[in-house]
Design a binder for this molecule. Structure first.
Ligand SMILES: Nc1ncnc2c1ncn2[C@@H]1O[C@H](COP(=O)(O)OP(=O)(O)OP(=O)(O)O)[C@@H](O)[C@H]1O
Ligand SMILES: [Mg+2]
Length: 265
């Protein structure tokens, strides 16, 4: 019995001039799972997202979406392939309400100018899009924020809105780059609970430096170092992997275990 992967990557290599940012990377995302991508600064995590989302042209490598081998997608093709990502930081439009910002996350098939599309939408199409935005806001735990302006939001609230905006295109796969950055522990816990709900709806890949957070929510973890996958598996497995401990610390095994939240070491 095989479950078709939402996304599968193999032999992904990305070179920037003389720098090899990714080297023979593999990644396999099963439906309705949370996959954590961790690794030190500069390990290549964001470059994986950029390759998937058409912002970086891979030097070599293969990608399959829903089990089908494809060309690497261009950024305007992502939504139609069921993939959505949040931008690093928040990036909401300050002159639009929250719900309008979320409506902007929808795929207007042509991939063209939203404002033109919005003006061109019939009343019925706009009402339908508004309902989808409300649904996305509800999933992101941000429905009560719909009428606010971005400037009125707290930082954690704006993070939720950016998740809602990524959800409005009904993705099968959501890519989150450091969604917990800048959040306090309470907010991280709430965000973790939100993501565990959200995986009923789509698979999620998360790049994060908060390793405990990744450990608490991920079904699978990939550890990158200097552009290579040095370990993959459950968090409990990878956090004991000597290569991971070495990458994470550069110091002693003891402090590496602590950093990876392993109380038993
Ligand atoms: N567009 C680019 N042009 C040239 N070099 C790049 C580009 N994007 C990334 N790099 C380099 O590729 C390597 C991997 O970068 P990447 O941003 O993927 O790391 P990361 O794991 O996301 O790091 P961080 O945790 O700091 O966000 C780094 O050495 C980076 O400087
Ligand atoms: Mg990064």
């Amino acid at each position: 019995m095989s479950i078709t992967s939402v996304l599968s990557i193999s032999h992904l290599t990305v070179k920037f001039g003389g720098l090899t940012a990714l080297d023979d990377v593999f990644l396999d995302i099963a439906p309705n799972t949370i996959v954590g991508l961790i690794g030190p600064n500069g390990a290549g995590k964001t470059t994986i997202f950029n390759s998937i989302s058409g912002l970086v042209a891979p030097t070599s490598g293969d990608i399959a979406i829903q089990g089908k081998e494809m060309k690497w997608p261009a950024s305007h093709e992502l939504a139609s392939m069921g993939i959505s990502r949040t931008l690093q930081g928040v990036g909401l439009f300050s002159g639009l309400t929250v719900i309008e910002n979320v409506m902007m996350g929808a795929d207007h098939t042509s991939g063209s100018n939203f404002f033109k599309d919005l003006l061109g939408l019939s009343g019925r199409a706009e009402a339908k899009l508004r309902r989808r935005a409300i649904d996305a806001l509800a999933w992101a735990g941000a429905l009560d924020l719909a009428a606010k302006m971005p400037g009125e939001l707290t930082y954690p609230e704006s993070k939720r809105v950016s998740v809602a905006r990524a959800l409005v295109s009904n993705p099968r796969l959501l890519l989150l780059d450091e969604p917990a950055a800048g959040l306090g522990q309470d907010e991280i816990d709430k965000f973790a609970a939100l993501l565990l709900q959200l995986k009923q709806r789509c698979a999620i890949v998360i790049v994060e430096h908060h390793v405990d957070f990744i450990g608490a929510i991920s079904d699978q973890v990939y550890v990158l170092n200097f552009g290579k996958v040095i370990a993959s598996g459950t968090f409990d497995t990878v956090k004991r992997d000597p290569a991971v401990l070495a990458a994470y610390l550069g110091t002693t095994q003891q402090s590496g275990s602590e950093k990876l939240g392993d109380q038993s070491a």
